[in-house]
Design a protein around this ligand. Structure first.
Ligand code: SAM
Length: 231
């Protein structure tokens, strides 16, 4: 049986199937054990694994973005984390979007909230106005993970990403890559997650590339999800 590989291609060639199996099993175990659900930044719940939070730190330091847009706030932990990183580099703001309000939204001068759908016309217009005024825009898609929704977000927000910056598509590990085969958010949903949206997007577009260096810790919850806009 061929084991799918979600780590760096060089490592797959070097180490072969046994490593693919170990990494996928570790990934599945890490997901099932739910450590990610108990991750906190400054006491605020942050649905991320540390590997990906570290990648965010590296990307934010490298880009020094004027604007970060996050779809999917949940409790605001990831947004607060990025606001604190912006403070360290001394510039930029983050806008986070959700259809639900966090229980206790963290406050930070660089952080603002939009309550609404990431794909609603009024939300997109508000973000577009901010993006038009920014030199460097970083986008993170972490709201609904259904293929159709992610595809719509990718079409909208890819246009706002500035050259050299990233469109980060979160949780592309669902729908069997390698966790939760037949991913659905409601019983009537057709199965499919962000990976299927990424595959369709990359088939259509040649202005983005997958940054495989972001797989360097072997396990990321966003396999093939760090998309860099070509310069
Ligand atoms: C995975 S959680 C976000 C996690 C958060 N970014 C973090 O790392 O802690 C997904 C969030 O997306 C929100 N959501 C679902 N559909 C949405 C939509 N159409 N627009 C905006 N947010 C949405 C949900 O309410 C939920 O809070």
């Amino acid at each position: 049986m061929e084991i799918p590989w979600y780590g760096p291609p060089q490592a797959a060639q070097q180490f072969g199937e046994s490593v693919s199996r170990v990494v996928n099993e570790y990934h599945s175990l890490s997901y099932m054990q739910m450590g990610w659900k108990h991750t906190k930044w400054m006491g605020v719940t942050t649905y991320k694994v540390p590997n990906d939070l570290w990648m965010y730190q590296e990307i934010i330091h490298q880009l020094k973005p004027d604007l970060i847009v996050e779809t999917g706030t949940f409790q605001g932990g990831s947004a607060l984390y990025m606001a604190c990183l912006l403070d360290v580099i001394g510039k930029g703001e983050i806008v986070t979007i959700d259809i639900n309000r966090p229980d206790d939204p963290p406050e930070h001068p660089r952080l603002s909230y939009i309550l609404g759908s990431s794909v609603a016309d009024e939300t997109v217009a508000e973000i577009q106005a901010k993006a038009d005024a920014a030199e460097c825009v970083l986008i993170i898609l972490d709201s609904s993970h259904l293929t159709a929704h992610v595809s719509k977000e990718m079409r909208i927000y890819s246009e706002m990403v500035t050259k050299g910056s990233y469109l980060i598509v979160e949780d592309s590990n669902v729908n069997g890559h390698p966790i939760i085969p037949e991913y659905r958010e409601s019983p009537g949903d057709p199965p499919g997650g962000p990976m299927e949206a990424i595959e369709a997007f990359m088939d259509e577009r040649d202005d983005f590339e997958i940054d495989i260096d972001r797989h360097r810790y072997l396990m990321t919850f966003n396999p093939c999800g760090y998309l860099r806009k070509k310069v």
